[in-house]
Design a protein around this ligand. Structure first.
Ligand code: UT7
Length: 326
């Protein structure tokens, strides 16, 4: 059976790190509160002139170099982002130009924090049907430019970064075993950016009322996330006839350490089987999973034949998971 396999990964985070102590000087918060409630210590912030496609480019060239692929060998580029260079064209098309990937088709998908796994799911189907053979997936965000730095319930959480992966077909048993994607539009208001679209076109009114910034009902989102992810990880293992003990590494979306701890507890696995880097990057939405995956690979945390579970939850609301045999 033909399946997709991740043959390379890459990631990039802007140089500038913003610590909790620095945020203490901007708004009424504290390192102690942020650390205790989220596990975040610092996050990366893109430079004033840095764009989403630029971050995506740096992550992509690392992944391409890793598997000795030339950009013109890529036949599909999918970029998962909610903070693209501009509403259109797709950031994936701008990335295509930066890479000079002239033989690819390129498009974006908007599934927020679940975006990278959504993209994996789409790529997996294209590979299984033989439509495309060499796929570049990127999860990337420059959320810092959409944050209200006077709203302490959101500005402490998010960060910028990019992660990339190359997917190719394989006949072996190792590769993506399953992907699972879900959404519930009834809860779209939990996390959204109201301004700049057809509902609230940019105007003095939208700017004065800060509609160009991310709005989040954090505590309600938190509760739905914990409940949903607990079922998601168990269902994903069950689908693959696997016991939690057979899992080598859980790579969760890095939104909040308390959500990650709750999921690990539900699985009954110890934290040494869970990849955590939320302390360094905060919540980078669609970039969170591919950055974590790349760091886990480079740190030697993933070996051949390991079972890896990816899971994410975010705006939409959306949630998604994937089980991989490495
Ligand atoms: O990636 C997409 C999915 N997103 C998520 O998964 C985010 C999920 N939500 C969260 O991570 C958490 O809800 C937050 C970290 C955003 C907030 O933590 P919480 O424990 O849910 O706090 P809360 O919103 O219930 O607020 C508790 C208190 C409030 O004060 P009062 O009303 O009890 O006096 C807030 O005003 O904490 C206050 N607060 C803060 N205090 C200091 C909220 N933000 C801050 C802050 N510093 N930055």
């Amino acid at each position: 059976m033909l399946r997709a396999k991740i043959t390379a990964t890459g990631s990039y985070a802007p140089e500038r790190s913003l610590t909790n102590y620095e945020i203490e000087k901007i708004i009424n918060t504290s390192d102690a509160w942020i650390t205790e409630r989220t596990g975040i210590k610092e996050r990366r912030i893109a430079g004033e002139s840095q764009t989403t496609s630029e971050l995506a480019y740096y992550a992509s060239i690392k992944a391409l170099a890793e598997c000795n692929l030339e950009p013109d060998e890529i036949d599909l580029i999918i970029v998962a982002t909610v903070s693209g260079d501009m509403p259109f064209p797709a950031t994936a098309c701008i990335l295509q130009k930066l890479l000079d990937a002239k033989n690819a088709v390129a498009f974006d998908i908007n599934a927020a924090c679940s975006g990278f796994i959504y993209a994996m799911s789409i790529a997996n189907s294209f590979i299984q049907t033989g439509t495309y053979k060499k796929v570049l997936l990127v999860g990337v965000e420059v959320l810092s430019k959409f944050l209200d730095w006077s709203d302490r319930s959101t500005c402490i959480l998010f960060g910028d970064g990019a992660g990339a992966a190359i997917l190719e077909p394989t006949n072996s048993e190792n590769g993506i075993l399953s992907t699972h994607i879900y959404s519930d539009g009834n809860l779209w208001e939990f996390i959204h950016l109201p301004g700049g679209g057809s509902k609230n076109p940019t105007s003095n009114h939208t700017i004065e009322n800060k509609l160009h910034y991310i709005k989040m009902r954090g505590n309600e989102t938190f509760k739905v996330a914990v409940k949903t992810l607990e079922n998601l990880v168990l269902d994903t293992l069950k689908f693959n006839n696997l016991d939690p003990a057979e899992l080598s590494l859980l790579i969760p979306h890095q939104a909040n350490l308390r959500i990650i701890l709750a999921t690990a507890k539900r699985l009954g696995i110890s934290m040494d089987k869970v990849f955590v880097n939320v302390d360094k990057y905060g919540n980078t939405s669609a970039a969170s999973i591919p950055i974590a995956l790349d760091e886990a690979v480079r740190a030697g945390r993933i070996k051949k034949d390991d079972y890896i579970l990816l899971e994410a939850f975010g705006a939409g609301l959306t949630w998604a998971s994937s089980l991989i045999k490495w």
